[in-house]
Write a protein that binds this ligand. Structure first.
Ligand SMILES: C[S@@+](CC[C@H](N)C(=O)[O-])C[C@H]1O[C@@H](n2cnc3c(N)ncnc32)[C@H](O)[C@@H]1O
Length: 263
């Protein structure tokens, strides 16, 4: 994975502060607990071993442990995020939730068949197809035979091409995202040995989440809070970035989909 240093820089402390203000405590992607619950609907999670790939500030892994008494592990390529997520684990969940750093997609730091469920939300958009293939093979290795792999991710209707609004959003946020289509996803999952169980369109829900975020960020109280740390331009650009994301979803330049696979 060549872009590791770049990715660590892109998720700077300031960027994470802005993301968390938009997405809610512990989250670096939209929808909070409602979106997480939607993505695991129908899967028995009680007392299961769950891996969250790209666990960010730890919101999902902590939720699974709290709600389902699951044994959860998050892995991240960003050491600061791992440290912060570990700091946030409630005392009563010590030993039940842990966050680990790794820096090699050829090797996840777990033995074969360790997890009943591997979950990942809005992470693989940071990997090109070759890196997805490498990491998915590793994910398959650490998944139990009867296990499931649930992905929520951003997909483009056009291979290697994002629409203009999404390009503007990436420029404003200073992030790089790979434009993979559903067909790319099908190919790479098949090549890594997974069987696709279902693919569900979630774009409408995510458009609504983004609309709610825009309204939240426009509130005087939130703008005043951010003014302590960010310039007026940064605050307005942040709102513009969610507006571009909302428009991309509504105009189908971007799809957000939930993909469920098994071994
Ligand atoms: C948009 S955030 C989502 C974080 C979290 N899943 C959430 O929903 O709050 C993307 C995260 O993916 C992480 N990431 C990027 N590439 C990764 C990789 N190959 N393995 C694990 N994490 C990765 C980034 O460091 C970042 O924390």
């Amino acid at each position: 994975m060549d872009n590791l240093d770049q990715l660590q820089e892109e998720y700077s402390e300031d960027f994470c502060t802005l993301l968390e203000e938009a997405y809610g405590e512990g989250f670096l992607s939209e929808g909070g607990i409602e979106a997480i619950e939607n993505s695991v609907k129908g899967f028995p999670l009680n007392n299961k071993n769950i891996l969250d790939v790209g666990s960010g500030l730890g919101g999902a892994a902590i939720h699974f442990a709290q709600e389902y008494n699951a044994l959860t592990t998050g892995v991240e390529i960003n050491q600061q995020m791992v440290d912060e997520a570990n700091r946030r684990v409630p005392k009563k969940l010590t030993g039940q939730v842990k966050f680990l750093y790794y820096d090699d997609i050829n090797h996840l730091p777990f033995s074969d068949e360790s997890f009943h469920l591997v979950y990942s939300k809005e992470v693989f958009l940071h990997l090109d197809v070759e890196d997805k293939l490498t990491l998915f093979k590793e994910i398959r290795r650490v998944l139990k035979d009867e296990g499931y792999f649930i992905i929520v991710d951003w997909l483009s209707p056009l291979k290697d091409h994002w629409g203009d609004k999404l390009k503007d959003m990436m420029r404003l946020d200073g992030i790089t995202l790979f434009a993979n289509t559903q067909e790319d996803y099908r190919d790479v999952l098949r090549q890594s040995g997974f069987k696709i169980v279902s693919i569900a369109e979630e774009s409408e829900n995510y458009a609504q989440y983004n609309k709610d975020i825009i309204n939240h960020l426009k509130r005087d109280e939130i703008q005043n809070k951010l003014k302590g740390k960010f310039s007026d331009k940064e605050i307005q650009d942040n709102i513009l970035s969610y507006t571009l994301l909302y428009d991309s979803l509504k105009e189908k330049e971007l799809f957000i989909q939930r993909i469920v696979c098994k071994k």
